[in-house]
Design a protein around this ligand. Structure first.
Ligand code: PLP
Length: 435
């Protein structure tokens, strides 16, 4: 197996750093295992190609959006067609109506929709809606869950060790960057996820001041954790009981777990939910959907680019492609093939690997094999050093996994042959890690 040379990426990084902050477009692009990120020239299907001409089977998929793979023909056609008519109007279009109608058809909680341009924005808008509708200001969020980079969203998303987090039911609220105001977290109540009694105790005591419970229905971002059986149903019940709105952040799970998102997959309908990433196959686009009376409570969905025609065209073509028969069965088949193959490798190398999949999200981690319940559990057991070594090794042989998080994305464009090649690379790297 040939080890890739990435000299061109290193050179490009050196040339970029004098002009661009950290030499990257987003801080997420900084590599955690080499001093420069691999730079790409193009992508096609399940593959990315770097500036040195190396080919990668990609499971990062632009941090999730490329659910149809790179250059999906239907989306490219729809966007090219829209480009001929103009890229931005600041006015409604026929397609805007069609997309809104389609989202209401396919997403269980959607009675009305509104648009923004990113995951960060849709969550910000959903929180404002919840506060406006209820007249209350506190928001329950969960330890380890990431909802975007705004001051209020980037709180208690990560930690270096459990001790840093403080008391489990009354944790320290951790701000994550310089420049975040101390008051960012004032209206947040941080709780452990997957713990229904803890949530119910909080709602019983403070429901009168809590506008909403915000959660990823399947915790994907910082260390993937599955909901315990009955947990989401329980959350739905207690939020109703105490007059608190339930917001599902489906920025990752949307369209990936099912066409109707995690809410369709798990059969639990929130009051509001947020979608971005995979909704528009790589174009900056997001939607908030929810109950009519909450959505229409009088909060303007402002924004120059909201409902931008290019994003709308991409979203319509994406949803149309995902609506074809067999698409989700294909994704499920690939995820199963990957999981089965990795289980065999875990046995071969006597390694505890955590291997699960939900829809087109494949979860791979080192250090434990059984389900963990919450972020503290994950933080205690996760073997980040081994995961990082593994991911770094795979990249050198042409397989790109996510940098630190252990959630890998599959696309409709991936093939069984991709999975076979991926498993062969994983075999090689796990073998090297033994030495
Ligand atoms: N919500 C979740 C669950 C996310 O994973 C992310 C981004 O990774 C966001 C919100 C923020 O989305 P964006 O990066 O598009 O602003």
């Amino acid at each position: 197996m040939r080890r890739y040379q990435t000299e061109g990426s290193r050179r490009l990084h050196q040339q970029t750093v004098p002009y661009l902050l950290d030499g990257v477009g987003s801080s997420f692009h900084v590599s955690s295992y080499r001093d420069y990120p691999v730079a790409m020239t193009h992508g096609k299907g399940s593959k990315l190609y770097d500036v040195d001409g190396n080919e990668y089977i990609d499971y990062v998929l632009g941090f999730g959006p490329m659910l149809l793979g790179y250059c999906p023909p239907a989306v490219d056609r729809a966007v090219a067609e829209q480009l001929r008519r103009g890229s931005h109007f600041s006015a409604p279009t026929e397609d805007l109506k069609r997309l809104s109608q389609r989202l209401v058809e396919i997403i269980p909680s959607a009675e009305l929709v509104a648009y923004q341009n990113s995951g960060t924005e849709v969550v910000m808008y959903a929180l404002r809606l919840a506060r406006a509708y209820t007249g209350k200001y506190k928001i329950v969020k969960f330890e380890g869950q990431y909802h975007g980079w705004s001051d209020e969203e980037k709180v208690s998303i990560d930690a270096s060790c459990v001790e840093e987090l403080g008391d489990r039911e009354n944790p320290r609220k951790i701000l994550h960057t310089k420049g975040q105001r101390l008051s960012s977290a004032e209206d947040l109540i941080v709780l452990p996820w997957n713990d229904l009694p803890a949530l119910e105790r909080t709602l019983a005591a403070r429901g009168g001041e809590i506008a909403a419970v915000l959660m990823e229905p399947c915790m994907c971002d910082s260390g993937p954790i599955l909901p315990k059986p009955g947990y989401l149903e329980g959350v739905r019940e207690v939020t109703r009981k105490y007059g608190v709105l339930l917001i599902f952040d489906e920025v990752i799970t949307g369209f990936r777990l099912a066409l109707g998102g995690a809410q369709a997959y798990y059969g639990v309908t929130p009051d509001l939910s947020t979608f971005a990433k995979a909704i528009a196959s790589g174009y900056p686009f997001g939607a908030v959907v929810g109950r009519r009376e909450v959505m229409a409570c009088g909060v303007p969905a402002s924004g120059t680019f909201n409902g931008n025609p290019i994003g709308v065209a991409a979203a319509l073509a994406t949803i149309e492609t995902l609506s074809q028969p067999g698409v989700y069965a294909h994704l499920e088949g690939l995820a199963q093939q990957l999981e089965t193959g990795f289980r065999a490798l875990a046995r071969k190398y006597h390694r505890p690997l955590y291997l699960r999949h939900v829809g087109s999200i494949f979860i791979l981690y080192f250090g434990f094999a059984e389900d963990v319940e919450d972020f503290r559990d994950w933080l205690t057991q996760a073997d980040l050093a081994s995961y990082t070594r593994f991911v770094a090794g795979c990249e050198e042989y042409g397989v790109r996994f996510t940098d630190r998080r252990g959630r890998e994305y599959l696309s409709v464009a991936h093939t069984q042959e991709d999975i076979r090649r991926t498993l062969a690379v994983a075999d090689q790297v796990l073998g090297e890690m033994e030495r």
